[in-house]
Design a protein around this ligand. Structure first.
Ligand code: FAD
Length: 365
């Protein structure tokens, strides 16, 4: 166990997009920052749509040229079959800001890590064990080291490991399960995402760089988990055969003999932390607010909240708490806006009035 007497300004707990964005921005203020993180397994890296608003924050973090060089696919929009059997088009061309990207998620996260390493920001693999506060800040114990820090950034994703140690609980909005498959595609990439609602949930599909097709089924955790956990492929195949457009897209790209590159089941627990900051700690990304994947903007929110929390932390460390209070107000506002939008979106689908999935989503607060 390393016990360093050398005091840090900020310790970031969690090295996903939110934690790394915070660390990069804090470094721009010349603050002494360190990142401690549990490493994610490549199979945990699901979710590939990056909204166009992300370009600004990638510029600010110094990652924009690396992002352009990485060969992610530009999005032309979304086709959705939601609320009726008709395909609705939402085209990027009709939006002044354009349409975002479908990213290779592993490459995307490595890109931000490379930027952190190039800036000389210290980062190590470790897990938060314990935390106590004193007059100067925090004493944080991980499985590798004990550090004294003035401020902590809670960036541990939906586990909210640090906030839970403070006794802060998460407000749970929903529990869903995602069954994620990546297939090898035999056809040129299509530049649109497709969302198709069905009786027990919805399907998302998109082409990824490197000749891949990502297909995700999102369904109710309580109703579907026995099936997904014990008989997943049988249940998923039955559910897929009930779709018109998603199954046709898979046939078009993969032919008869589908080649699976990876498959994973992810538990989704959307919601927010009851309290998102204190005078010497701030939550960012999924830890602060974890969105339903239908919103497809968890990654951009991770980067944006990371940047804004770092700005607030820099001020707070010099005694000015204004930006910190604006930060928490903005999170509250975003969450209210998002929950209203989400409710509206799920209430559009009335084709299966007896479906547990749709009834559960439509009665969520
Ligand atoms: C099925 C699915 C589809 C999605 N689709 C999209 C999409 O299309 N577009 C989009 O923008 N978003 C999407 N998302 C959401 C997106 O993946 C997340 O919002 C984003 O990863 C949040 O980043 P983060 O840094 O806050 O958290 P994370 O990426 O979860 O990173 C948290 C980090 O903290 C580490 N950690 C956890 N506990 C500890 C601990 N005790 N000590 C130290 N480290 C710890 C973890 O190992 C991890 O490295 C999707 C999510 C899912 C599940």
């Amino acid at each position: 166990m390393i016990q360093s007497s050398d005091e840090l300004d900020v310790l970031v707990i969690g090295g996903g997009p939110a934690g790394l964005a915070t660390a990069l921005r804090l470094h721009q203020y010349r603050l002494k920052v360190q990142v401690v993180t549990k490493r994610k397994q490549p199979r945990e890296l699901v979710g590939d749509h990056l909204s166009v608003e992300t370009s600004r924050v990638l510029h600010q973090l110094g990652c924009w040229n690396k992002f352009l060089d990485a060969g992610h696919l530009k999005s032309s929009g979304t086709r959705s079959i939601w609320g009726s059997n008709r395909i609705e088009f939402s085209d990027a061309i009709s939006r002044p800001s354009g349409g975002g990207w479908y990213v290779d998620r592993l490459r995307f996260e490595r890109m931000i890590e490379d930027q952190v390493n190039e800036q000389g920001i210290e980062m190590y693999n470790g897990t938060l064990i314990d935390v106590t506060s004193d007059s100067k800040g925090w004493i944080v114990q991980t499985d590798k080291a004990i550090r004294h820090v003035r401020m902590v950034i809670e960036a541990s994703g939906k586990t909210s490991a640090f906030a839970r140690k403070l006794g802060i609980s998460r407000i749970r909005e929903d529990r869903q399960i995602a069954h994620c498959t990546v297939y090898r595609s035999e056809k040129p990439a299509e530049f649109f995402a497709m969302i198709e609602a069905m009786e027990s949930g919805w399907w998302y599909s998109s082409c990824l760089p490197g000749g891949l097709l990502s297909v995700i089924l999102v369904t109710d955790a309580d109703a579907a988990s026995p099936w997904l956990l014990h008989k997943s492929s049988e249940w998923v195949e039955d559910t897929l055969s009930a779709t018109v457009h998603t199954s046709a897209r898979i046939r078009r790209h993969c032919g008869g003999a589908r080649k699976i590159v990876s498959q994973n089941i992810v538990h989704l627990s959307s919601g927010r932390l009851e309290v998102t900051a204190g005078k010497d700690w701030i939550a960012v990304g999924d830890s602060a607010i974890c969105y339903d994947p239908i919103a497809a903007h968890g990654i951009s929110q991770a980067l944006v909240t990371g940047r804004d929390a770092a700005d607030a932390a820099a001020d707070a460390l010099s005694g000015d708490m204004n930006r910190l209070s604006q930060y928490t107000k903005r999170l509250d506002y975003s969450y209210t806006y998002y929950t209203n939008q989400r409710k509206r979106l799920y209430s559009v689908e009335n084709r299966w009035p007896r479906s547990v999935y749709w009834m559960n989503r439509q009665r969520t607060k």
